[in-house]
Design a protein around this ligand. Sequence first.
Ligand SMILES: Nc1ncnc2c1ncn2[C@@H]1O[C@H](COP(=O)(O)OP(=O)(O)OP(=O)(O)O)[C@@H](O)[C@H]1O
Ligand SMILES: [Mg+2]
Length: 186
Amino acid sequence: MNTIFSAKGIEKSYGAVKVLRGLSVEAERGDVIAIIGSSGSGKSTFLRCLNLLEMPDAGRIDFAGRTLDIAQFSRLLAREKNRQIYEHRKHIGMVFQGFNLWSAKTLLENITEAPIHVHKRSAKESIQQAEELLETVGLSRFKNAYPKQLSGGQQQRGAIARALAINPSLILFDEPTSALDPELVG
Ligand SMILES: Nc1ncnc2c1ncn2[C@@H]1O[C@H](COP(=O)(O)OP(=O)(O)OP(=O)(O)O)[C@@H](O)[C@H]1O
Ligand SMILES: [Mg+2]
């Protein structure tokens, strides 16, 4: 077994509402794992816990050679917490249910932001890769458009290109084809 990501016993409550009751998931390289559940059942919350956009109340995550035990993590100083969260997310792409493209940046800038500023790759190389990704998702002619000038499906495809741009080891897709036609889903 070559597990590249594992989360065990993830718990999360909002006030008195316990949304996640000890969920676990394990992924090997190349795995595609689908999570199915009714609206409001906690799918987005689970994905957001996996990349620490929401801090789980309990559980443990093993990824990229690091173990993040929530009980121990919660005792760290804020600065160390932030550092570990930053490192954790660096290799995880996320396509948000609401897309969340940066509204003040063009599509191209949305895609090159993390490669340049987080991964410290050259602007030239990042722009070239972004242009290839835009070609793949059929948005080349919108590279200088701002998110508000794009349709929902175009924003969603832009968000997919953005998630791919960091060459992530893991991508969390939150309903990534909700705004796409059947012809575009593939
Ligand atoms: N920040 C928050 N504060 C309080 N409650 C929240 C918060 N985020 C989510 N919840 C609640 O947690 C539950 C799970 O929400 P979540 O968004 O994870 O569901 P979902 O399975 O992704 O639903 P959908 O299919 O509609 O996207 C819901 O009852 C929701 O109201
Ligand atoms: Mg959701």
